[in-house]
Write a protein that binds this ligand. Structure first.
Ligand code: AHR
Length: 496
């Protein structure tokens, strides 16, 4: 198969916001306890954070991490996770049916984020709580001192405010599974009032309103909620997870087209509310939960236990291709999608896995670690608005799926990266791309992630089963890039 990609420096989508490469840590399963936090682990620091995990998070250069949920946040009392650890209450955690020890709370999490080089994206409880607790938490985190909650923080040993900039107004409030779920009208009102109080407490913060919980619930919710919150918030959230329960890989690989249409739909709704309100403001999007999630569905766990194995999807090679396609889709919408969170970061539907054993336990990278790593490392800059000609296929759900998914980003230093997935199961694809208008000199690196087994996985014992390798054949001759993209492969072509 042959494909032609046309790029020109004048045709761009926009500049990426670094926060497009965010992630998510929820009090769920072994994400916090035995994930980022494990006092007694040989690599743990004085605060109990695992150094091996922290090192892997730093490799991913995650700029922002959403916390503490997810569904968890809708029943959360944030004060439980502050003050002396021995006095913190253990509570039944209703979202996931476990026991929450509260050993880690916002005090510890913001400290972990600093170590990881990330900022916190803090979610407030608009399920069982409301605007008053939300503004108290902003005061606790961001007020300098001299007030009840800011002095409480100082008394807890944190003299300096945390300076948390991005705040989510609840989580998936349209979902019946959510504690304190709401109708769009109920949520719109409470979110608008919470937003006012939170911004009056700290006018520098940015707020994210809940969009719908997934693409199938999208539409009327956004239309109504936005009419209440449009003037008060900066972003609207999108959540969606993708899976391959029917083991139909060509369809699974096409799911990024569904993400693309989801984003376009939400933009259209947001823009219609902009017109309804005669507003000059454009509503940006925060795709703050996205990933592949289906492998772990139905896996049992012990009810009310502490940090059980929950949502521990073991990712296959084909999942990595899908994550690559989803990342390119987010990049191609960087003019509207300013923030995105790969859900989640450690152990729970995550690129990083840990063991917890008597003597510590290993940690390793899942297959999906690699496309995220490459996008985070080389996907920051100006996304080019390319035109692609290539053969297509159709699935039951989507017509005209291009065999090639690709996206080009020009970095600040003038270099360029072309990301590409060949979706074909059996045919290589010859790509030609005229880059003469960019004055490029050479293709310096062509990284490939591929495997003969679409279901290959990385484990603690075999962590290098699916790993990227150099050795692609991309070559630049007289400004024209040519390369072979192998069947079912993720490619990162770096051009100087
Ligand atoms: O990320 C796992 C869960 O998925 C989150 O708690 C919830 O927001 C979503 O439904």
């Amino acid at each position: 198969m042959q494909a032609t990609l046309t790029l020109h420096p004048s045709y761009t989508v926009g500049k990426t916001d670094d926060r497009l490469f965010g992630s998510f840590i929820e009090h769920l399963g072994r994400a916090v306890y035995h994930g980022i936090y494990e006092p007694g682990h040989p690599t743990a620091d004085k605060d109990g954070f695992r150094g091996d995990v922290l090192d892997m998070v730093k490799v991913l250069q995650v700029p922002i991490v959403r916390y503490p949920g997810g569904n968890f946040v809708s029943g959360y009392r944030w004060e439980d996770g502050t003050g002396p650890k021995e006095k913190r209450p253990r509570r039944p955690e209703l979202a996931w049916g476990t026991t929450e020890t509260n050993e880690v709370g916002i005090d510890e999490f913001q400290a972990w984020c600093k170590k990881a080089g990330a900022e916190v994206m803090m979610a407030v409880n608009l399920g069982t709580r409301g605007p008053d607790d939300a503004r108290n938490l902003v005061e606790y985190c961001n007020f300098k001192g001299g007030t009840y909650y800011s002095d409480m923080r100082r008394a807890n040993g944190f003299e300096d405010p945390f300076g948390i900039k991005v705040w989510c107004l609840g989580n998936e409030m349209d979902g019946s599974w959510q504690m304190g779920a709401k109708t769009a009208a109920e949520y719109g009102r409470i979110a608008a009032e919470a937003a006012k109080l939170m911004k009056w407490t700290d006018p520098s913060i940015e707020l994210v309103a809940c969009g719908s919980s997934n693409v199938h619930m999208c539409g009327a919710w956004e239309l109504e909620v936005l009419q209440h919150v449009y003037d008060h918030v900066d972003y609207l959230s999108l959540h969606n997870y993708y899976g391959n329960p029917a083991n139909d890989t060509p369809s699974f690989l096409a799911c990024s087209l569904e993400m693309d249409s989801f984003i376009k739909t939400v933009c259209a709704i947001a823009d219609s509310v902009k017109k309804l309100k005669n507003s000059k403001k454009t509503m940006y999007l925060s795709f703050d939960e996205w990933n592949v999630w289906f492998h772990s569905n139905g896996v049992p766990f012990e009810k009310w236990s502490v940090a059980p194995h929950q949502l521990e999807d073991v990712y296959t090679f084909e999942d990595a291709l899908v994550v690559g396609c989803l990342l390119m889709t987010l990049l191609k919408h960087c003019d509207r999608v300013k923030m995105a969170c790969l859900a989640q970061l450690v152990n729970v539907i995550a690129p990083i896995m840990t063991e917890n054993t008597e003597d510590g336990g290993r940690c390793w990278a899942q297959t999906i670690f690699y496309p995220f790593l490459h996008a985070s490392a080389y996907g920051r800059g100006t996304v080019l608005d390319g035109r692609l000609e290539c053969p297509k296929y159709s699935t039951k759900a989507v017509a005209d799926v291009p065999y090639l998914e690709t996206c080009a980003v020009q970095q600040e230093d003038g270099s360029m990266t072309i990301f590409a997935v060949n979706r074909s199961m059996d045919e290589d694809l010859e790509l030609t791309c005229d880059l003469s208008a960019f004055g490029m000199q050479e293709a310096v690196e062509h990284i490939i992630l591929t495997n003969n087994d679409m279901k290959a996985v990385n484990t603690a014992d075999a962590p290098d089963t699916v790993v990227p390798e150099a050795g692609g054949n991309a070559v630049l001759t007289d400004g024209v890039l040519q390369t072979k993209l192998g069947a079912h492969s993720w490619n990162v072509i770096r051009i100087r």
